[in-house]
Design a binder for this molecule. Sequence first.
Ligand code: ZN
Length: 325
Amino acid sequence: MTTCLCCNGEAKHFANFQNKNRVVRRFRCVRCGKTFSEPQPLDGLRIETSKVNEVVRLLCEGVGVRATSRLTGLEKKTVLSIVETVGEKCARFHDATVRNVPSVNVETDELYSYVFCKQERNKYADPERGEQYTFLSFCRDSKLVISFYTGKRSWENTHTHIHDLKDRLAGRVQISTDNYKGYKGKTGAIYEAFGPDGINYGMLTKVYTKSALPQNRFCQPVCILAKKTPVLGNPDIDLICTSHIERQNLNVRLFNRRFTRLTLGYSKKLSNLRHSVALFVCYWNWCWKHNTTKQTPAQASGLTDHAWTVQELIDAVSKPEVCTI
Ligand SMILES: [Zn+2]
């Protein structure tokens, strides 16, 4: 039985209409007389499914919002509403499906980006503007992005991210991080989430040469020392490494226009940044075949048995049972 959206009374089917994608059933409430349509897979989006597919594929291959709008002939606003709708659903889908991950080696890092303006220009210290960090936790073997979170690099956000990571793991893991103070020590997020014996935690400290001369400001500083420190449990020293997550950070910059340095492709709103990270993570986990493993990260982790197409991903994230989680 369909229930009324206003009074929860019984509603009866009385008509159909055809939108761009499908025949939509209309209902009328027996009690209050209100009429309404059945829920649509992509909520309020009234665009052909094939166009949504095209936009998502472009956005996940590093094309910016305006360029996507020019290439597809859609309004910029429409592209942004696709980012919003699909991104929100992707975040829910990730939350529901990436659980009990059988990972043994996890690397965690945070990735710099900014919203609306650089931090120095954020005069009123608006928490939704200025620098924003994307925390990523990544399985070194299957390349699965297990957990992600975007926000300021604060104690609370680091803890939120590490707790979320803990909830998604099936067993004991070894985790490697850089020496950011939010992770380490007894007040750090990893000790607080996993306790003293719940994890093998190693930290990699890299020491670089002093900042480059002004004329060489785009040159990489040279790493002169890399020190591996066991912090909690009994980590394998050889496996303390952050190279894979650093490479993954580069993938985020390659696949997302808004993370590309030295361009105008930055985010204007924090919510859009979050949606686009969720979209990227789902695309990466379920659709992207990795060159080393020759399969998608979700396949390598045993979450699915084949590489998904973008259309399969959109269909999966827009299922009603995922929308209600
Ligand atoms: Zn009603």
